[in-house]
Design a binder for this molecule. Structure first.
Ligand code: HPA
Length: 302
């Protein structure tokens, strides 16, 4: 054996050992988290829901719920952003067993992509098949106004990174997951129907994600519009990528909390975002309830 092939073998072995090590670490962490959750709640959720800033109303609608503060769940990232409570709710909504994240963490808080998406890994391990993600977003599309709800039908990732970077855990999903239908098309249609039935006007558009925490400049917003984006935010994309990696179907809804930078001759304030979200909480709840009623036959009514 030449020195060269020997070195190659050595590199291969190191890579295999490392990947196995990372896989084991993942498995150990998720097993510990799952065990801690199942000690508190026995329900097996089929749908995961992520509530964005100020959407507490949805959480209040969950029945027979067990609430677990994030700090009591091993490895669960803690929320630091204002307007985000930090607890996991497990219960039923419209008879569907759900797990709800009341508050999420963001990349701008300093968490790694792996930490941000750890809850989605746990959802997948719990047997969650569908994810409903909500967020606050700036309206890039000139037809949008604050308070509007918009279904996300695709995204542009400008966060500068990807939660799947690193060795791939093949048990979770493929190395190169397809993102053609990152936002399930049937779910988009279902949401549109629910919007009509509930009298909630729904927009539909492309979400572009920046890392934040500074809001975008007017030039960045003009660029985003030219790229085909309708909504802008600092969340959701990492979770959606990981959900797709695990084969979890995604429905995502933005609440337009403000005109994106430069759309109006005015500055952006976080308080304005929170106020708009509080105002939209009721229609968001109606939309999520209606959506769950429609998917209930597939989502294993409790
Ligand atoms: N930009 C980025 N993130 C946001 C915005 C925005 O205008 N509004 C709410 N989240």
């Amino acid at each position: 054996m030449t020195v060269f092939t020997h070195a190659q073998d050595l590199i291969k072995t190191i890579r295999e050992v490392t990947e196995e090590g990372i896989g084991m670490l993942n498995a150990e962490k998720t097993a510990e988290t799952l065990a801690a959750i199942s000690r508190r709640a026995t329900l097996r959720p089929r749908v995961g829901i992520i509530l964005g800033s100020g959407l507490g109303g949805v959480a209040e609608a969950v029945e027979n719920s067990v609430a677990i503060p994030y700090e009591e769940i091993p490895y669960w990232p803690r929320t630091t952003a204002i307007g985000h409570a930090g607890r996991l709710l497990i219960g039923t909504l419209e008879g569907v067993p759900v797990v709800v994240m009341q508050g999420r963490v963001h990349f701008y808080e300093g968490y790694t992509m792996e930490e941000i998406t750890f809850p989605i890994r746990i959802f997948g391990e719990m047997g969650v098949e569908s994810l409903i993600a909500t967020n606050a977003a700036g309206g890039i599309n000139l037809a949008y106004s604050p308070g509007d709800l918009a279904i996300i039908n695709d995204h542009i990732n400008l966060m500068g990174t990807n939660p799947l970077i690193g060795s791939n855990n093949n048990k979770w999903g493929p190395r190169f997951p397809d993102m053609t239908y990152a936002y399930d098309q049937d779910y988009v249609q279902t949401l549109l129907r629910v919007g009509e039935e509930e009298g909630v006007r729904l927009r539909q558009g492309v979400y572009i994600a920046f890392s934040g925490p500074s809001y975008e400049t007017p030039a960045e917003i003009r660029m985003s519009r030219a790229l085909g984006a309708d909504l802008v935010g600092m969340s959701t994309v990492p979770e959606v990528i990981v959900a797709n990696h695990m084969g979890i179907k995604v429905a995502a809804i933005s609440c337009v909390s403000n005109y994106a930078a430069g759309v109006k001759a005015q500055k952006l304030h976080h308080q304005e975002v929170l106020d708009a979200m509080a105002g939209a909480s009721e229609s968001m709840t109606a939309l999520i309830r209606g959506f769950l009623r429609k998917i209930a036959p597939d989502a294993g009514r409790y």
